[in-house]
Design a protein around this ligand. Structure first.
Ligand code: NAD
Length: 390
């Protein structure tokens, strides 16, 4: 049986001038199975109403606060009320909003980093389990087809035993004290109360950590970290470099930075096994480089039959033929597709398709917070190498 209607989406955050809320709204509707019907879009209730008008929503479904939204939406019949809510607020609000919507019986898609710390993350994990609801975490970079191809090549043992992983996420936009100019994305990201105990490692280092564990299927076990705050007066680190140990004995390097002048979103990963290596760049996401011993570097390109033959997950995450580039919006939409199929299965009391379960979940959020906790502990410690707890 199929659900004979679109899924109804609500949003918390994503008010006028916000960054990622609009990306979620566009990505969620890309494939036509989801419609936006309600929201509490801004910390300022007037701006929430303004956003609702801009989105041409029914004013009765545009709320002053998320608590008001839960109270009103839960009273509506299924099929009319929101099926799920997307949380696109700064980090400090993720936990209370996710907790309250899950407890009220709604499915949740949440932005990263999932919570402010490990304690909240583990509590949320328990709440997701007892609620029986679907929880998606927007680590969008694992949703690119060529990342899924790399993951499947490694799963199929084509690279052999993994020896070394290098992952980087350099940006340069915080090389000056931008937060002092009133730039609001910079302001909350450099405020520990809203961002959490870490700056660039929480904001973008967690994407790098998630990408490395997703592609390799390995877990980081120990970290030797060095965090630095370069911009005077800033309360959180704006640069970090880590050495990594993985659970199969592989070694790694992870660096994230927001003071690397002129770098934009330079997320990239290199994985080297005993037989082959791979290389992928977020800013050129339609190509995957495959490296062979004593052979030329191969360039695998998205949208070709030879990719689909090797990776059904990559094929599922592809909309356009080769040569027509896909990017950031499509990757968000891929997570939404898989999440939405899983929500539909839950509404129909069915088991989701195995490929649909390929989206980041609460466990990834717990790993992200454990990573941040370990990096912070290692930076403070004199012994440096620090075990990442489970
Ligand atoms: P932003 O400052 O541009 O937007 C935040 C929005 O949330 C604003 O409209 C603000 O008014 C609203 N808001 C704050 N508290 C609220 C509340 N209690 N109720 C309702 N609305 C509230 O921030 P942003 O850059 O869009 O980041 C938002 C989140 O998305 C962060 O957690 C960030 O880490 C994450 N993010 C993820 C990616 C990604 O690639 N996955 C990229 C950027 C940001």
């Amino acid at each position: 049986m199929k659900l004979n209607r679109k899924l109804k989406m609500g949003m918390v955050g994503g008010g006028p001038g916000a960054f990622i809320g609009e990306v979620h709204r566009r990505a969620a509707r890309l494939d036509g199975g989801i419609e936006m019907v309600a929201g509490a879009f801004d910390i300022n209730p007037k701006k929430s109403k303004q956003m609702g008008r801009e989105l041409l929503l029914d004013p009765k479904r545009v709320y002053h606060t998320y608590a008001e939204m839960i109270e009103a939406e839960r009273k509506l019949p299924e099929g009319e009320r929101v099926d799920f809510v997307s949380i696109t607020t700064p980090n400090n609000w993720h936990f209370p909003i996710a907790r309250d919507f899950l407890k009220a019986g709604f499915h949740v898609m949440c932005e990263k980093p999932m919570t402010l710390d490990v304690k909240e993350a583990k509590e949320l994990q328990k709440i997701v389990k007892t609620s029986g609801k679907v929880f998606g975490l927007m680590h969008n970079y694992v949703a690119y087809p060529m990342v899924k191809l790399a993951r499947d090549m490694i799963r199929n043992k084509e690279l052999g035993k993994i020896r070394k992983v290098i992952v980087q996420y350099p940006q340069g936009w915080l090389a000056t004290p931008l937060e002092k100019t009133g730039q609001k994305q910079a302001a909350w990201r450099t405020d520990p109360k809203q961002s959490g105990g870490s700056g660039c490692m929480g904001d973008i280092g967690t994407h790098a950590e998630n990408l490395a564990e997703y592609i390799t299927g390995l877990k980081i076990t120990h970290i030797c970290a060095d965090l630095t705050t370069f911009v005077k007066g800033r309360k959180l680190e704006d640069d970090g470099n880590c050495l990594l140990h993985f659970d199969n004995g592989a070694r790694g390097l992870l660096h994230a930075s927001q003071i690397s002048i002129s770098e934009e979103n330079g997320l990239a990963i290199w994985v080297y096994g005993e037989k082959k290596g791979i290389e992928w760049h977020q800013e050129h996401p339609n190509s995957l480089y495959v490296k062979q011993i004593n052979g030329p570097v191969q360039v695998w390109k998205r949208g070709n039959d030879y990719v689909a033959a090797k990776s059904p997950a990559a094929a599922r995450a592809t909309r356009l033929p080769s040569g027509h580039p896909e990017g950031f919006f499509e990757a968000f939409a891929n997570n939404y597709c898989n999440f939405a199929d899983t929500v539909r299965a839950s509404l129909l009391g069915q088991k989701p398709d195995k490929l649909a379960l390929d989206f980041p979940k609460v466990e990834d959020g717990v790993r992200g917070m454990l990573f941040v906790e370990t990096v912070l502990a290692s930076t403070k410690s004199r012994q440096k190498w620090t075990r990442m707890k489970t």
